[in-house]
Design a protein around this ligand. Structure first.
Ligand code: FES
Length: 134
């Protein structure tokens, strides 16, 4: 039978391993392919990967290009109940949880149970890259 010191040591080891598994990521890739996300700098994506009149999901944002060379961005969290809005189709962003639909032109609500549009984020363009911050 294990003594008290052995049990305590094992518990501390398991706790440390558990905490290591829970650490927040500092970067991630997205469905947009070449996008990068950092906690302090936001998400950066190649401007050329955002279709004119459409948009892409990059990190925790939806990046759009309503007209050639004009970019906008929105949080991808649905204002209804917070699901990530990850489906882009025919100029609209669609939440898969309860089918709220948002315009890619301005982030406004088109239909569904959400009672507002997507939360705007800041998009800046430089050297062919769009950087998005909350
Ligand atoms: S969470 Fe998006 S429609 Fe309900």
């Amino acid at each position: 039978m294990a003594d008290r010191r052995t049990v305590l040591s094992a518990a501390l080891t398991l706790g440390a391993a558990g905490l290591a598994g829970c650490s927040a990521p500092t970067s991630s890739s997205t469905g947009a392919g070449s996008a990068t996300t950092t906690a302090s700098k936001g998400t950066t994506i190649a401007a050329a990967s955002v279709p004119v009149g459409g948009g892409v999901v990059a990190g925790s944002f939806i990046v759009t290009q309503p007209t050639q060379g004009t970019f906008a961005a929105y949080s991808y969290l649905c204002p209804h109940q917070g699901c990530p809005v990850t489906r882009i189709d025919a100029g609209q962003a669609i939440c898969g949880c309860h089918n709220s639909v948002f315009s890619l032109a301005d982030g406004s609500r088109v239909s569904g149970p959400a009672n507002s549009g997507l939360k705007a984020a800041k998009a800046t363009v430089a050297d062919g890259q769009v950087t998005v911050t909350a």
